[in-house]
Design a protein around this ligand. Structure first.
Ligand code: EPZ
Length: 431
């Protein structure tokens, strides 16, 4: 029963430092299962999804210690089970990386599937197709647990993905790292976190070539040695602050990032009228210079416009004059937040994969609810721009992926606080 209370209308101004990438961390931490020695992972974001995957590794027998706020020490040598079926595993959407990692280490894995995703069905048929190509068959137990096993060491093979899938690309990489011979993934995803996972595995002695292109080749190795590795900055967290800066017509320097990873977002912000300056590891978004105008966006796998920034950018478009069209091309449905934005006065209609935004109406504060991580980020942005007070509920979704979001926004001049409520009396207990 926690929520964010936002007193809107403050223009964001200042600097924000971006944390390590969630979607890299949730793959790299389970990847340590494959290592034969301890590892130290740096630039880990301090978010609930990372705590969860760390606790899952501990349940499997690993020693996991937080050395400081952003560094984890993981010793996987005491892992003694290929079975991950606890409630913690079920509570974590990215727990499917345990399948590839445990399969790569034990030639078998039994992993609970996460519950249905809150914005779309999350099929894993392409992951399983990859495992099958490497010689592992699977069985669904009680509709809730995937049991994958091979009779002997996994054998390298070619896998053509029917659609570009981040999770399948990473999971097949994990399973193939110690397989016998060469695995080739065709039509692979190219997201920055795919390259980061490959770099991490290669730094331990894996032989992966082509990550970041659509053909990835993995020659299996027998041994992976311990390393110290630093995770890339979070492209989507950065994109979220860039959208927030533009939506409040502010001026924000977004630091500790790789500007190249943000090209598609930068291009769209420039198109609507923001002034953007790129530095080696920072981007300045300046929306103070001229009125912003409409644009269309279509989400695509990297290097296209990321689906994970679609709700935040749609919210920004609701604040600018003119009609914009958003085409959500990755997930079948990812517009649950639109009804909440409508409560705040946005004019958006959704038809299948399209959202049509009649922009320019002034948003008004209202009580709203996050339905998933990026939907929650979008509602926070809406609250920052709205007149009056917005209360965003179900913030546990937001805290899965955004480190210190209230502190970071307050440092930029936002009036946002987290309050804890007594469920029975609805009274605010402390702020
Ligand atoms: C990753 O999910 C991210 N999650 C998602 O971010 C992100 O939206 C997505 O990639 C796309 O960029 C993590 O990295 C933990 P996909 P993933 O496999 O890997 C279909 C966030 O907000 N598909 O690339 O699960 C699928 O239905 C989260 O941080 C199949 O049909 O996504 C979708 O339409 C949300 N069969 C498309 O492919 C499969 O076997 C892309 O999914 C796999 C996927």
């Amino acid at each position: 029963m926690e929520k964010y209370v936002i007193n809107g209308g403050k223009v964001l101004d200042g600097e924000v430092t971006i944390s390590g990438a969630k979607n890299a961390a949730v793959a790299i931490i389970p990847a340590v299962i494959l290592c034969d020695e301890p590892c130290r992972i740096e630039n880990i974001p301090n978010i609930s999804d990372v705590s969860l995957i760390g606790r899952i590794l501990q349940q499997l027998g690993a020693e996991v210690k937080r050395i400081d706020k952003s560094t984890l020490y993981i010793d996987p040598r005491m892992i003694n089970s290929h079975v991950a079926t606890t409630d913690l595993v079920r509570g974590m959407r990215a727990s499917y990386y345990l399948l590839g990692a445990l399969l790569g280490r034990y030639n078998k894995a039994k992993v609970a599937l996460p519950g249905g995703c809150n914005f779309c069905a999350r099929p894993i048929d392409q992951h399983l197709k990859g495992f099958a190509a490497l010689g592992a068959r699977h069985e669904l137990v009680n509709g809730a647990i995937i049991d994958v096993k091979a009779d002997s060491r996994l054998q390298g093979n070619s896998v053509y993905l029917d659609m570009v899938s981040v999770g399948a690309t990473m999971n097949i990489m994990l399973a193939a790292v110690k397989a016998e011979g060469l695995t080739v993934i065709e039509n692979a995803a190219k997201e920055p976190h795919i390259v980061d996972l490959a770099n991490f595995l290669n730094s331990m002695g894996a032989q992966i070539r082509g990550a970041g292109t659509d053909v990835i080749k993995i020659r299996g190795v027998d041994y992976l040695h311990g390393v110290t590795y630093s995770i890339i900055p979070d492209q989507i967290e950065a994109g979220t602050y860039m959208c927030a800066a533009a939506a409040t017509r502010g001026r924000v320097l977004v630091k500790n990032i790789t500007p190249k990873h943000l090209d598609s977002i930068t291009a769209k912000l420039r198109e609507i009228g923001c002034e953007i300056k790129e530095y080696d590891e920072a981007i300045l978004v300046d929306a103070t210079k001229k009125p912003l105008t409409r644009c269309n966006i279509k989400t695509m796998p990297h290097p296209g416009f990321p689906t994970d920034c679609q709700p935040q950018f749609t919210t920004l478009l609701a604040t600018v004059n003119g009609t914009s069209i958003v085409n959500e091309n990755v997930w079948e449905t990812r517009y649950q937040y639109v009804s909440e934005l409508t409560l705040m006065g946005a004019h958006i209609s959704v038809e299948g994969r399209l959202a049509i935004i009649e922009g320019g109406s002034k948003l008004k504060g209202a009580p709203v609810k996050a339905t998933d991580l990026r939907a929650g980020a979008a509602l926070v942005i809406a609250g920052l721009c709205a007149d009056g007070v917005t209360e965003v509920g179900s913030i546990q979704y937001i805290e899965r992926g955004y480190e210190n979001i209230t502190e970071k926004l307050r440092a930029l001049g936002a009036d946002i606080k987290k309050v804890y409520k007594d469920e029975s009396s609805d009274n605010v207990l402390r702020a």
